[in-house]
Design a protein around this ligand. Structure first.
Ligand code: ADP
Length: 559
């Protein structure tokens, strides 16, 4: 069965649900126009049968039943929407704080959620309502106080999943604040689930309000459908035959609203992913990136180290053997340094350790200074990340947020240090800097080739004009020609912007095209380092020789 066919029942039900809700909403909105009498004050003799002046007769006090029915829509919808909004706000807050912060906050909040979920819903509502009293607002608060836990649990699970998404991790790596990442990348992706939960709670709230009112815990001064049913029942409507105009209509109206919410909720649950802009064909850029005339590069004094690392030891967990075993190297200002080694030699661990981005509770020892200031603390790393040090993480080009244009994503990275309008101008400038044509600026990530996405990632890393650009495997996954063009771009940007670059790669032959300095790593240790052409032409260590001979890149060694 095609996916369209599979989805269609949900869509049809969703539409039907919206129609039913729209019907109730119109009744609520136009009640004074539709009903001629007051829903609370007597307008005729008590217990009249349906007739000309009173289409559904009057109740025991002589109040028009039709007016009660029409005005009842207001109460049902107000309770449904009010309680659902409140429950969702609480649930969302709990889910995001627990899922994003984790640790003790998560332990406490999720235990509280479990306890709330463990109580049976209706009895708890009844107890609370009896305790807190009557009134519309109280009823909404009582229902919300009992029903936030389910949305909290469902949304929390989703936050846990989303925080592991590569583009969320990349945003963290780029120095984005927690609040920003949560609002941009987490909350937006929670919308479908949150809507489904909203509708679900609204539905439960409408039923609960009717149940409370029917059981005598509602506000007798309000013309709600539950109160109507309760009055009808206490006036023996079932025995006198008055149930046909006194009980059936409010029962039917309740059914309409409940079905309206239920069907809409069904459609919301089928609402799968953020709305990707439909693609009417992939953008194709046949010509290579436009090379811009070189702008004036601030001439950086080459040579003095911008980054110095001394005896760096990193273990992923206390008590486990280190992945990086006492590494020392320098990254001279204004040059391109390549940290090379086979897969698993510890390259990424070094960079992530320096920038405070390792998962879990790692042990990082040794010394590292960036521009003369100590780097090895979470606070120091967070200060420079995304600002003074731009990072292109491994495979980040596959981790762009599919729901935003590349221009918006670069602007977002720039907003770390500038107001939104300047950030947007900066994004346009950066896209030009990395050679993306104007026609691609409003493209979505999936419309671009791998090489172009990598250019976007480089532009994001440069958004806040860092002094050091760290690129972890920037050419992996690209074809050879694109690999070369990305490296040329990095070299070009280094010259034009006066950057210092640290490239991490396993492909020594490829990086030799641009590297000035080489640091060769084997099993968490530096085996050789120095001027790239010298090391490449006359390696002193066996391992360096083997690594340099592993593959002759078709693009050849550095000219
Ligand atoms: P490279 O970047 O050179 O490929 P890595 O820094 O990724 O190497 O890995 C170095 C070592 O650290 C490897 O032995 C790898 O298994 C280990 N390692 C990497 N990530 C983790 C992790 N999250 N937990 C535990 N060990 C890890």
């Amino acid at each position: 069965m095609s996916s369209t066919l599979k989805r269609s029942p949900g869509r049809t039900l969703g539409r039907l649900g919206l129609v039913l809700l729209a019907l109730s909403a119109s009744a609520a909105m136009f009640a004074p126009l539709v009903a001629r009498h007051s829903p609370t004050r007597p307008s005729g003799l008590p217990l009249r049968r349906p007739g000309l002046g009173h289409p559904l007769g009057t109740d025991d006090l002589g109040v028009d039943i039709f007016a009660q029915l029409v005005y009842g829509a207001r109460i049902s919808l107000a309770i449904g929407v009010g309680a659902a909004a409140l429950a969702l706000a609480i649930g969302l807050l709990v889910a995001v704080v627990a899922g994003w912060k984790r640790g003790w906050a998560e332990a406490v909040l999720m235990r509280l959620t479990d306890v709330t979920l463990a109580f049976p819903f209706l009895p708890l509502v009844l107890v609370l309502a009896a305790f807190l009293g009557r009134g519309l607002v109280t009823t909404a608060v009582v229902i919300a106080a009992v029903s936030w836990a389910r949305p909290a649990r469902v949304l929390w699970a989703q936050v846990l999943k989303l925080r592991e998404f590569q583009h969320v991790q990349a945003a963290r790596a780029m120095g984005g604040s927690g609040t920003r990442i949560v609002s941009r990348h987490i909350l937006t992706r929670l919308t479908p689930l949150a809507s489904a939960q909203f509708v679900r709670v609204a539905n439960a709230a409408v039923i609960s309000e009717a149940a409370l009112a029917f059981l005598g815990l509602g506000d007798p001064n309000q013309a709600s459908w539950g109160i109507m049913l309760s009055n009808a029942s206490s006036n023996n409507a079932l025995l006198t035959g008055a149930w046909k105009w006194w009980m059936l209509p409010p029962g039917f109206a309740l059914t309409v609203v409940v079905l309206g919410f239920a069907f809409t909720g069904y459609a919301c649950e089928e609402w799968a992913d953020p709305r990707l802009a439909s693609t009417s064909g992939r953008l194709r850029f046949l010509s290579g990136p436009r090379r811009r005339p070189p702008t004036v590069a601030p001439v950086a004094p080459a040579g003095d180290p911008i980054l110095e690392v001394r005896d760096l030891v990193v273990s992923y967990r206390r008590g486990t053997p280190p992945a990086v075993k006492g590494v020392s190297f320098e990254v001279p200002r204004g040059r391109i340094t390549a940290l090379v080694g086979e897969s698993g030699s510890g390259k990424s661990t070094i960079v992530m350790g320096l920038l405070g981005l390792l998962p879990g509770d790692p042990v990082v020892q040794g010394e590292a200074t960036f521009e003369g200031r100590k780097l090895l603390s979470a606070a120091a790393a967070a200060r420079v990340r995304g600002r003074r040090i731009g990072l292109v993480t491994q495979a980040a080009m596959n981790a762009l947020n599919p729901a935003y244009t590349i221009h918006a994503q670069i602007a977002e990275a720039a907003e770390l240090t500038m107001p939104p309008d300047r950030a947007r101008r900066r994004a346009t400038e950066l896209l030009g800097d990395v050679g993306l044509p104007a026609s691609a600026h409003q493209a979505y990530p999936h419309e671009l080739s791998g090489g172009m996405r990598q250019r976007v990632i480089i532009a994001m890393a440069l958004a806040n004009s860092p002094d050091l650009l760290i690129a972890d495997e920037p050419t992996t996954g690209l074809d050879l020609v694109t690999q070369a063009s990305i490296l040329r771009l990095v070299q070009d940007l280094k010259d034009r912007l006066g950057l210092t670059v640290l490239i991490i790669t396993h492909d020594v032959q490829m990086v030799l095209r641009v590297a000035d300095e080489l640091v060769i790593l084997e099993d968490g240790r530096v085996v050789e380092r120095g001027d790239a052409s010298k090391v490449a032409s006359a390696p002193t260590e066996d391992y360096s020789r083997r690594l340099l001979n592993t593959r002759l890149s078709p693009l050849g060694a550095r000219a």
